[in-house]
Design a protein around this ligand. Structure first.
Ligand code: GRF
Length: 217
C-alpha cells in the first residue's frame, strides 16, 4: 500500500515531530513525512526536520494578526500543493478556525499532554499536580473545531509521584507522547480506525493490566 503523505505542523522544539519522523523511516510504516511547517520563524524543530532530510517551511502566522483564516488559507494552499493527505499537529500553538478544521475533517490529528477530556488547554502538568491526581498522561485525538476535543485515538498514562515537579512529570508524559503519537499515526494512516457515534475505535488490542497509583509497599 502506498504510504500516506503527512505534514507536521509545529511551533517549537519539535520532539514529537522527531518521534514521527523516526517512526516513518521504517519500511513498513504506512506514512511518510512529506513536509514540516512552522508558524514561528526559527522554531527549533525546523532545523531538526531539515537535518533529517525532510522539507521544512515557515509560514509565519504573526503577520496575519487576527485574520486567522487568511493565514490558514495560505497554509492550506501549501499543504494541497504538496499533496498532503494527513496533518499532524505537534506543539502547534495556534488555534484553528472551523473553516480550516473542516478542510481536514477526519484527516488531522493532535497530541495533547493530558488525559482528555481532563485538562484541556495550557499548563496541564501544573494543574494535574495541583489537583493531586494520581494518574496523568497524554492523548492523541482527531481535531474538531472545539479545542482539545474530538474522537480519542490513543492515550498513555503515567503515575504521578508525591514528590513530582511539573518538569519531572512533563518529561515522563513526553516519553509517553513519543510512543503514542507514532502508533496513532500508524493506525490512522493504515485505515485501522473508524468512528462509531463520534467515538474512535480501532482493531488495535488493549492490555488487561490496570495502572494503579500509588501502590502500597
Ligand atoms: C507537547 O507536550 C505536546 O503534547 C503539546 O505541545 C508539546 C510540544 O512539544 N501539544 P514538542 O514540540 O513536540 O517537543
Amino acid at each position: 500500500m502506498a504510504k500516506r503523505r503527512v505534514a507536521i505542523l509545529i511551533s517549537g522544539r519539535g520532539s514529537n515531530m522527531t518521534a514521527l519522523i523516526e517512526a516513518a523511516a521504517a519500511a513498513d510504516y504506512p506514512a511518510q513525512i512529506a513536509l514540516v511547517i512552522s508558524n514561528i520563524a526559527g522554531a527549533g524543530g525546523l532545523a531538526k526536520a531539515s537535518a533529517a532530510g525532510i522539507k521544512a517551511e515557515t509560514i509565519e502566522s504573526k503577520p496575519f494578526g487576527k485574520d486567522r483564516e487568511a493565514f490558514e488559507r495560505k497554509l492550506h494552499e501549501v499543504l494541497v500543493a504538496h499533496d498532503v493527505e494527513l496533518v499532524c499537529l505537534a506543539g502547534f500553538l495556534r488555534l484553528l478556525t472551523p473553516w480550516f478544521v473542516r478542510q481536514w475533517d477526519g484527516r488531522m490529528i493532535n497530541i495533547h499532554p493530558a488525559l482528555l477530556p481532563s485538562y484541556k488547554g495550557l499548563h496541564t502538568h501544573e494543574r494535574a499536580l495541583a489537583d493531586g491526581v494520581k494518574i496523568h498522561g497524554a492523548t492523541v485525538h482527531f481535531v474538531v473545531p472545539e479545542m482539545d476535543s474530538g474522537p480519542i485515538i490513543m492515550q498513555g498514562a503515567v503515575a504521578v509521584r508525591d514528590d513530582d515537579t511539573s518538569d519531572a512529570l512533563a518529561a515522563r508524559v513526553l516519553a509517553v507522547e513519543h510512543s503514542i503519537y507514532p502508533d496513532s499515526l500508524r493506525l490512522v494512516a493504515s485505515g485501522r480506525t473508524r468512528l462509531e457515534n463520534g467515538v474512535c475505535k480501532s482493531d488495535a488490542g488493549s492490555p488487561d493490566d490496570a495502572l494503579i497509583a500509588p501502590t502500597i509497599i
